[in-house]
Design a protein around this ligand. Structure first.
Ligand SMILES: [Zn+2]
Length: 309
């Protein structure tokens, strides 16, 4: 059910006032949106109420004003490899290992629980043409949805934290550009989740780098970041996904697979490389004001850093 902007107001950070229905307490805090509305830096464009698994959800489409800082000079460069066990591995072009974000253990457990719940649901009478789903299926499916939402939220929060930290602290961030939409066939659950995490990470970096004046560089899909020796530049013809250590047959260099890939990615961000940033050091005369559409949960109050022009 959609509401016009005028039909829904935030009473405070925990209460929504809906025309003809009244005031409703929300489960999640709306602190960030509320603050934007109070300061006049944001407005609700529309809102949608939906019912899912016996719970009501309200989603706000919000327009937020943001001051976009000038692009920073490309001094601090980081390459990020996204993986299964270590979610994010970051390195500088000179090979320093500067970031390691583990996939927390409880996510891995939740993923196992999810797979288990999905197996149970799949053995029960689900919705089919002309056949109503059984109550046992509904119950099993409800459990699947609940774990799904919880894991997704936890991971999204983790990705938010990393993306914000990177956009604030680095001038150039290099990631691999994966065609996520085209990769979903014949995947294991773990790989599906990794693709989702990758897509979310890329999406967040795309707008957060704009907020902080840093630059996001996407190395082309065919840039072999995992296969290049970060020490001598030799490119391996083959490197299976299960090989966790990069061992160079030419120079004897041995390094963790993720770190090797991250270093190679970081070098893509060096000025002068063909894939590297061409916007580096570009300084616009004035700070531009930009109206950015942000996801409601992201109507953040993070203030972009002061950047000297
Ligand atoms: Zn080598």
């Amino acid at each position: 059910m959609s509401f016009l902007a005028s039909a829904v107001r935030l009473a405070d950070s925990h209460h929504v006032r809906v025309t003809r229905i009244g005031e409703i307490k929300t489960y999640e805090s709306m602190r960030k949106i509320h603050r934007h509305l109070e300061r006049g830096t944001g407005r609700i464009v529309s809102s949608t109420v939906s019912l899912s698994n016996g719970k009501y959800f309200i989603a706000f489409n919000v327009e937020v004003m943001r001051v976009i800082p000038v692009t920073r000079a490309p001094d601090r460069i980081i390459g990020i490899d996204v993986g299964l066990t270590t979610l994010h591995t970051g390195a500088t072009p000179d090979g320093e290992h500067v970031l390691r974000v583990e996939n927390p253990r409880h996510y891995v457990d939740a993923e196992k629980k999810l797979a288990h719940a999905q197996r149970i649901a799949s053995r029960r009478q689900g919705p089919k043409k002309g056949v109503a789903p059984s109550n046992r299926w509904k119950k099993a499916n409800g459990r699947v949805q609940k774990i799904h939402v919880a894991t997704r939220n936890a991971r999204t929060n983790l990705i938010h934290g990393t993306a914000a930290r990177l956009a604030k602290n680095y001038d150039v961030i290099v990631i691999e550009d994966l065609n996520v939409a085209g990769m979903v066939k014949n995947h294991s659950l773990a790989e599906h989740i990794q693709d989702a995490a990758w897509g979310e990470f890329t999406r967040q970096l795309e707008y957060k780098t704009k907020w902080y004046g840093s630059t996001l560089v996407k190395a082309g899909r065919f840039y072999p970041s995992s296969k290049i020796c970060a020490s001598c530049g030799t490119v391996k013809a083959k490197l299976s996904l299960t090989t966790r250590t990069y061992a160079c047959e030419v120079c004897g260099h041995t390094v963790g697979r993720d770190l090797n890939a991250a270093i190679n990615l970081a070098r893509m961000g060096l000025p002068g490389t063909s894939f590297g940033t061409r916007r580096g050091g570009e300084v616009s005369s004035a700070q531009q004001k930009l109206v950015a559409m942000a996801h409601p949960g992201e109507a953040s109050t993070e203030t972009p850093p002061e950047v000297g022009a």
